[in-house]
Design a protein around this ligand. Structure first.
Ligand SMILES: [Mn+2]
Length: 251
């Protein structure tokens, strides 16, 4: 007998860092695709490689949901070396809805997430017939993952102590603009980002882990044009031979 799971039980069952397949019903609609792709992005943020799959291809009118994320959801178009160890279905109430793909994954589903109260369960699942859509369930799941700390809403490498200041500064900047009527919305926003980024930046005198330092240096080396911080203070300098010679009093 398959089990009905609570939101929290579902969230803790999701495994990060695993190749994961997300299946949704044939003739996919906006909810199936939106929920499936939403879950894909969440799992990717948890370190998974994740692909959506469906018996039928993404309809042309729904391409705007998937553009730049995954071009095709047909099984034969998934990367040849993709071997999922975690299989989740969304918006798929029964084996019949999964269609021709069902036998390929029968008995291997880790989880089903669905908003149809009357279905034919083929895995343990988070099922809520009161929800408006599968998309709503994925949204709830994302909030729950953040709440219990399995999904970080803070970009990697950002100093979490500075987040509140960062958001306040940004809000303040956007509210007040920067005084000149000639500035466009985009520029005001960019300047707000500059200001805010300082608040969560690495600070002199604090201790950081080797991994954190390495990550920042690696990132910096990827963009060698950056030699100053947004305020104009140098963050990198060239140490040429002449300069070194002077340091060692050889000139
Ligand atoms: Mn649907």
């Amino acid at each position: 007998m398959y089990q009905r799971l609570t939101l929290t039980e579902t969230a803790v069952r999701l495994r990060g860092n695993e190749p994961t397949l997300i299946l949704f019903h044939r003739h996919p609609d906006g909810d199936a695709i939106g929920a499936g792709f939403g879950l894909k992005l969440i799992l990717e943020a948890m370190g998974c490689t994740a692909y959506c799959v469906c018996e039928d291809e993404i309809p042309e009118r729904l391409r705007f949901l998937t553009e730049g994320v995954q071009d095709s959801i047909l099984k034969e178009n998934l990367p040849a070396d993709f071997a999922p160890t975690q299989i989740i279905s969304v918006d798929t109430a029964s084996p019949a809805q999964a269609g021709v793909l069902y036998p390929d994954y029968e008995g291997k589903f880790d989880l089903m997430i669905d908003h149809h109260a009357k279905g034919d369960m083929y895995a343990d699942g988070y099922i809520d017939g009161e929800a408006s859509s599968a998309g709503e369930l994925i949204y709830r799941l994302s909030r729950e993952l953040v709440r219990i700390g399995l999904l970080s809403a803070i970009p990697e490498g950002v100093d979490s102590d500075g987040i509140v200041d960062m958001i306040l500064v940004m809000a303040e900047r956007i509210k007040s603009g920067t005084g000149s009527a000639g500035l466009t919305k985009d520029i005001i926003f960019e300047k707000a980002l500059y200001q805010a980024s300082c608040k969560a930046a690495i600070k002199a005198g604090r201790e950081y882990s080797k991994e954190q330092i390495k990550r920042i240096v690696d990132k910096l080396m990827e963009i060698p044009d950056i030699t100053v911080c947004p305020h104009g203070r140098p963050v990198a300098m060239i140490l040429d031979k002449k300069n070194l010679d002077r340091q060692f009093e050889r000139t």
